[in-house]
Design a protein around this ligand. Structure first.
Ligand code: F0G
Length: 347
């Protein structure tokens, strides 16, 4: 049996022996070495941390396991979140696991089909609001004073604590810290969590620190612009966020690590998405390709030098957003089940 993140990292998490070991087997995701993109860029040690292989299909499960455990411990009966989709899928799964109710608040038209289907299947109460993710988050944050309701957005400190375990795993898997880490940035909890994880390891075991490179979508890049974006737009719905909750800690992660937070266009995101699928066999949702898009952009302007190893975090699974997968592809027509028809294709 694979232990979950609470069991594996209890010594480094805010838990006691009384904290329930809530798990769906999250974490322990593969670090896949690049077979074609890396060599094409002249990089020998490019890796992908495939977080889409978590139980609900995204990295959110790490922090959600811990946030749910602490909610159960505190006697909460409901998990509440605003979400662009993955947090809602994850909260719904862990609520189901623990016999809690999940109430998820999502922006109308702003969530990929697979994620909404997940929340429905896990039995969550879904509230679709007329407004952006930022409005939805503002709304749920107002319910902070009800002890029966645990807010499980990344403003919940246990979410960040749980998510920092991804940094621990990468260092275990590489045998060292990467020189650079690329990660998509939306509400900015994840880049905050990675930086915390790497810093803790550096203090504990003298591991080196990577430069963190955060990727925002061009139409939803408040951290790049230095001010909130009222109407964020991007094909990458997961990171369609105009006013990230973890703003200042993301900027600190960038500056303290000597990294960058930069914008990539939707075209660059979809080009990276396609290359991951076609050149690596790695299926991700569009937002998850943003980090790779930033790596490709930096490589094109020779900004990388000989920094290796490099890790790109692939945050969510491709099946979350089936529409994005088939965009621009033609679905093949049916053929006769004859050898002749097959041979015509094989050539
Ligand atoms: N990648 C994916 C697939 C995401 O779902 C998210 C965030 C991010 C990257 C960005 O992470 O917010 O910590 O900077 N999704 C949230 C949600 C907002 O509601 O599922 P972040």
């Amino acid at each position: 049996m694979t232990a979950g993140i609470i069991e594996r990292y209890a010594a480094y998490l805010p838990v006691t022996s009384a904290t329930p070991r809530v798990t769906l087997g999250e974490g322990s995701t593969p670090l896949v070495r690049s077979s074609r993109i890396g060599p094409a860029l002249g990089l020998d040690q490019l890796y992908f941390k495939y977080e889409g292989l978590n139980p609900s299909g995204s990295f959110k499960d790490r922090g959600m396991a811990l946030a749910t455990a602490r909610a159960v411990e505190a006697g909460a009966r409901t998990l509440l979140c605003a979400s662009t989709g993955n947090t809602s899928a994850s909260a719904s799964a862990y609520a189901a696991r623990c016999g809690l109710r999940a109430v998820v608040v999502v922006p109308a038209g702003g969530v990929a089909a697979g994620k909404l289907a997940q929340a429905l299947a896990y039995g969550a109460i879904i509230l679709i609001v007329k407004g952006s993710f930022d409005r939805a988050l503002k709304l749920v944050r107002q319910v902070a004073d009800d002890p029966a309701v645990a807010l499980v957005n990344s403003v919940n400190p246990y979410r960040i604590e749980g998510q920092k375990t991804a940094a621990f795993e990468i260092v275990e898997q590489l045998g060292r810290a990467p020189a650079e880490l690329y990660v998509p940035v939306g509400n900015a909890g994840n880049i905050t969590a990675y930086w915390r994880g790497f810093c803790e390891l550096a203090r504990r075991s003298g591991a080196s620190l990577p430069a963190l490179h955060g990727a925002q979508a061009e139409g939803a890049a408040p951290l790049v612009a230095g001010r909130p974006v009222t109407r964020p737009r991007t094909v990458a719905s997961a990171i369609r966020i105009g006013n990230p909750a973890s703003w200042s800690t993301a900027i600190a992660a960038r500056d303290e690590s000597g990294g960058t937070i930069d914008a990539v266009s939707d075209a660059e995101i979809m080009a990276a998405h396609r290359r991951l699928a076609r050149e690596e066999g790695l299926l991700v949702e569009p937002a998850s390709a943003a980090g790779v898009a930033l790596l490709l952009k930096r490589a094109a302007s020779s900004a990388i030098g000989n920094a290796e190893p490099i890790v790109c975090v692939l945050t969510g699974h491709g099946l979350k957003d089936p529409q994005a997968l088939t965009r621009g592809s033609r679905v093949p027509r049916a053929i006769e089940p004859t050898l002749k028809a097959l041979r015509r294709v094989l050539g």
